[in-house]
Design a protein around this ligand. Structure first.
Ligand code: NAD
Length: 362
């Protein structure tokens, strides 16, 4: 009998209040009837950490693993060794760095994700986060909730987005959608840094300029938005040294992956006033520990923190799309039908995507 294991977050009362919360253990991506029809065992759990977790217990027999980046089941090389039957990993969402992709390749386990399912959801969150940092929104709102009124305290750190230089590190589906959404704000310039160039017509449509040197790219920015996957050469790409390339007072929005940035270096840069703000929804370990520096970091005026839990790509609209996409991938696998090529991250021992680093074909 086929065994499908899904690691999802618990919704509790919220899953009862909102049945569209498909990505919860309670609503199980809506896949229970489908798995029952096939006569498959479908195990759904949020218990994912440590050797006594349901994840580590059930992965030993699972044929298919379904995970999400929001409550990631970290499939390490060691766990892959114990997963004797595993053939397919499906990421319900976008971003499969929580799976050890090189170890999956060694075992010829396929890893697929629902490409594009939440890219608009994230791009909207990026634009919102850029605005809330540049306009100093969070402390302005906190002040009102606290019963205070002090315009000067807020306005001394509030700017317009117009005429700023904004750059995306990674100009794929999300990065490009961010650029598109920024055009009406009339920035001074839109820049991007990516080893894959945008098609000339796409570049022209948003009037963006590619900068090939990271130091030169960062040095021109008022706002940095990070939109590349986490892999060997992007882990920690924003660190003490690269932060020093940014102009004093730059703002950073990272909705890609927490581990792209060195947490302590970002916190130090904000606290010293070198950067004016950092916002995003992704953390190197999720759920983030209660003492993570990004929970409490603030700039010298007590502002500049726009962090939230990982939810930008799990809006109700996105959940509907990635639940449907997960079912499609599962059904293609069951019937032996071809998968949508852009959904395939690794298969047959090789990377099928160009987005997880520049690699030689074996
Ligand atoms: P994509 O594959 O369409 O684009 C990624 C781009 O990053 C590619 O153009 C690739 O060439 C580029 N890139 C890779 N390594 C790079 C490097 N070293 N330097 C510069 N550019 C590099 O992916 P996407 O759909 O735009 O998603 C990007 C990432 O966003 C995902 O991998 C995921 O980590 C993250 N994401 C987060 C959420 C969320 O809820 N916060 C949701 C979806 C995706």
């Amino acid at each position: 009998m086929v065994k499908v294991l899904a690691i999802l977050y618990d919704g509790g009362e919220h899953a009862v209040q909102q049945p569209k919360l498909l990505g919860t253990t309670e609503n199980s991506l809506g896949l229970k009837p489908y798995c029952e029809e096939q006569g498959w065992e479908y195990v759904v759990t949020s218990s994912k950490e440590g050797k006594d977790s349901e994840f580590q217990k059930h992965i030993k027999e699972a044929d298919v693993l379904i995970t999400t980046p929001f409550h990631p089941g970290y499939l390490t090389a060691d766990l892959i060794k114990t997963a004797k039957n595993l053939k397919l990993c499906i990421t319900a969402g976008v971003g499969s760095d929580h799976i050890d992709l090189n170890a999956a390749n060694e075992r010829k386990i396929s890893v697929l994700e629902v490409t594009g399912s939440n890219v608009v959801s994230v791009a909207e969150h990026v634009v919102m986060s850029i605005l809330l940092l540049v306009r100093n929104f969070v402390p302005a709102h906190e002040q009102i909730m606290a019963g205070d009124w002090n315009v000067a305290a807020i306005a001394k750190d509030a700017y317009d987005l117009e005429a700023k230089v904004i750059g995306t590190l990674g100009a794929g589906r999300i990065g490009y959608r961010v650029l598109q959404r920024l055009v009406p704000f009339e920035p001074k310039e839109l820049l991007y840094y990516d080893y894959q160039s945008l098609p000339a017509d796409a570049e022209k449509a948003v009037n963006a300029r590619r900068v090939e040197d990271l130091k030169e790219f960062l040095g021109q920015l008022d706002v940095l938005t990070i939109n590349c996957p986490l892999h060997e050469t992007t882990r920690g790409i924003i660190n003490k040294e690269t932060l020093s390339y940014l102009k004093k007072g730059a703002w950073i929005v990272n909705t890609a992956r927490g581990a792209l940035c060195v947490a302590e270096d970002v916190a130090a840069a904000l606290e010293s006033g070198h950067i004016a703000g950092y916002a995003g929804d992704v953390w190197a370990q999720q759920p983030a520990p209660s003492d993570h520096p990004w929970r409490s970091m603030r700039g010298p005026h007590g502002n500049g923190n726009g962090m939230v839990a990982h939810y930008s790509g799990t809006t109700l609209d996105a959940q509907q799309r990635y639940a449907a996409g997960t079912k499609k991938i599962l059904d293609n696998w069951r019937t032996g039908s071809a998968q949508t090529p852009s959904d395939i991250i690794v298969t047959d021992g090789e990377y099928a995507t160009k987005a997880y680093g520049q690699r030689e074909k074996k």
